[in-house]
Design a protein around this ligand. Structure first.
Ligand code: ADP
Length: 576
């Protein structure tokens, strides 16, 4: 019930449009009843060869209802689709905004396919909430009044017969269908989500699947999920078919009952014969309003399941609370980390323990350590993707917690190992760092990152599409674009998170030179497990299992014969 009310609240801004669509739905079915009734009356009366002038009124009515039905139908479709599409786009934006505030900390437990299924399929499912759940009963209730009045005008019992069959088709059949189809809607939403998650997972991991001969297994799982979904869809169609037959049956039964009651009245002269066909057709056509009612429950269940999946995400508490007023830009860009401890959840071991270091404005500090030492965790804390549990991190004498995440991300430029490039043009990918930048600035940044001449050599220069994830570029070119992006962003603090990992030694050396260019005049933190280019660092902090085990310049650390020296020797053994 709570989900239902929340969904209604989401629809609230569109209530006027919806009301129009319901009114037009009523007018459409009303015109249809009018058309059927007046045509039957006209034909019956014409059979008695009255003077042609006497038929004029009925002919005009037929023409009016015929045209009105088409016009109302068009307008009803127009309004209901308009409101549905507006609603869907509003829901997508609302859901995406919620996702943004939760990323990345709170989204780690969700598979990307599952999130995709929520924002595409679940949002799409909600169109049925208005079209097939809310609107049909309102239209049916509205049509009941005039039909009742029309029939009662001839005989009250005709009206009661129609009410009885209306209730049978509009209440009893839906309840029966609900009993038969319990959980179908919800299961369909869940199975569809599992199938989407599996599909996206399989596409993303295609190379590994092929390399490890897992294609067969993946296909079998996909087939079984597909079969499950087909079965559920089949059950939904069976219900729809059953509904159609039962409503049709009730409709015909209503007509026959009215006829059985009316024919003796015609014989006894209580009712004029020319009204007989009119009554029968009016009853028959009024059932158009009841036809969609039996599927309300499966659609309601499906909408509730989809809405719940969306609310699950939008209700999640962001991992980081933004301050009411952000500290804005600091006067100095130094970074002070004091006694910081952090773990991902209460049961996990500490990922960082009592971490201390100071990075003065314009200074260069490297944090090195083996895999699992907590280096990426430190980046997550500095970018405020997570909040630390103990200690403090200050940026320019203010706690990081006093800055909104937006401000932090504008103050800190990041170059990581996994630069995400969008399937867009080179220029659009660069502009991501500063959407308002002019062409000259873009070229300048690319020049300084030494990627300009390569971009120029592409078929359409800066307007060349670089493919999904930038797959048309080499690793070095991708990193250079990332550096150009950071240059364009021109943030005073820079974090280089394994920025050269995955590159061959020659490219790495070249990219390092571009990185030195990027570092100029910026407060720089380098995170790496590779020990190249560290001679220019003011201080190197060596982390192991979340704790600082050594610190000093490269020269000092090499003399200490500790973990740094061990990692150094190992790296140089491998190279030589
Ligand atoms: P590094 O970057 O130095 O390889 P990480 O910072 O990724 O190390 O990891 C430090 C510790 O935190 C590891 O024990 C790792 O398992 C854990 N960890 C990293 N990310 C998460 C996460 N999202 N949820 C729970 N634990 C995590």
């Amino acid at each position: 019930m709570k989900t239902f009310l929340r969904l209604l609240r989401l629809l609230a801004p569109h209530w006027k449009m919806m009301l129009w669509a319901v009114l037009l739905g009523f007018c459409t079915i009303g015109s249809n009843v009018g058309l059927m009734a007046t045509s039957a009356y006209l034909i019956a009366w014409a059979a008695l060869h009255p003077p042609i002038l006497n038929l004029m009124g009925a002919t005009a009515a037929v023409r009016f209802f015929g045209i009105a039905r088409a016009v109302f139908r068009y307008l009803e479709r127009y309004f209901s689709h308009h409101v549905t599409f507006r609603l869907l786009s509003q829901l997508r934006v609302w859901f995406y905004q919620a996702l943004e505030t939760l990323a990345p900390a709170r989204l780690m437990d969700y598979r990307s396919g599952d999130l995709l299924s929520r924002i595409v399929a679940d949002v799409e499912t909600l169109k049925n909430f208005y079209l097939r759940v809310l609107s049909p009963p309102l239209v049916a209730l509205m049509i009941l009044g005039p039909v009742f009045a029309l029939l009662a005008h001839f005989q009250t019992k005709f009206a009661y017969v129609v009410i009885f069959f209306f209730l049978l088709a509009g209440v009893v059949v839906p309840l029966g269908i609900r009993l038969l189809g319990r959980r179908v809607g919800r299961q369909r939403v869940e199975t569809r989500a599992r199938l989407h998650a599996h599909l996206v997972d399989s596409i993303q991991g295609m190379t590994e699947i092929v390399a490890f001969h897992q294609a067969e297994q993946r296909l079998t799982k996909m087939n079984s999920l597909n079969r499950e979904l087909l079965q559920l869809q089949g059950r939904m169609s069976t219900l729809a078919g059953l509904t159609g037959s039962l409503t049709g049956f009730a409709m015909n039964l209503a007509m026959w009952t009215v006829l059985v009651l009316a024919i003796p009245m015609v014989e006894s002269g209580e009712l004029k014969g020319i009204y007989l066909a009119m009554l029968a057709l009016a009853v028959l056509s009024s059932f158009e309003a009841v036809a969609p009612l039996p599927l309300i429950f499966p659609h309601l269940e499906e909408s509730m399941a989809a809405a719940k999946r969306l609310f699950d995400i939008t209700d999640a508490e962001p991992a980081v609370q933004s301050p009411a007023v952000s500290a804005g830009r600091p006067e100095k860009y130094d970074l002070q980390v004091t006694g910081v401890s952090f773990r991902y959840d209460a049961e996990s071991p500490w990922a960082l323990k009592n971490l201390d270091f100071c990075l003065p404005q314009g200074g260069r500090v490297a944090v090195v350590g083996p895999s699992g030492a907590g280096k990426s965790t430190l980046v997550n804390l500095l970018l405020r993707f997570w909040d630390y549990d103990r200690g403090s991190i200050c940026l320019g004498s203010r706690s990081l917690k006093e800055y909104s995440q937006e401000d932090i991300l504008s103050l800190i430029g990041v170059v990581t190992q996994r630069t995400h490039l969008f399937n867009a043009t080179v220029r659009e990918n660069l502009l991501l760092a500063r959407p308002g930048a002019g062409q000259e600035e873009v070229i300048q940044a690319a020049r300084r990152a030494r990627i300009h001449s390569f971009i120029e050599s592409l078929p359409q220069g800066y307007e060349t599409y670089i493919g999904e994830g930038g797959f048309k570029l080499s690793g070095g070119q991708r990193q250079r674009l990332a550096i150009a992006r950071a240059l364009l962003k021109d943030a005073p603090v820079l974090i280089l998170d394994e920025a050269t990992a995955g590159l061959d030694p020659v490219t790495e050396k070249e990219v390092m030179e571009d990185i030195y260019e990027l570092m100029k005049g910026r407060t720089t933190l380098v995170i790496t497990h590779r020990l190249t280019g560290l001679e220019v660092m003011d201080e190197i902090v060596v982390l192991d299992r979340g704790q600082v085990v050594e610190r000093g310049t490269q020269e000092e650390l090499l003399r200490q014969h500790g973990l740094f020296r061990k990692m150094w020797d190992l790296a140089h053994q491998i190279i030589s």
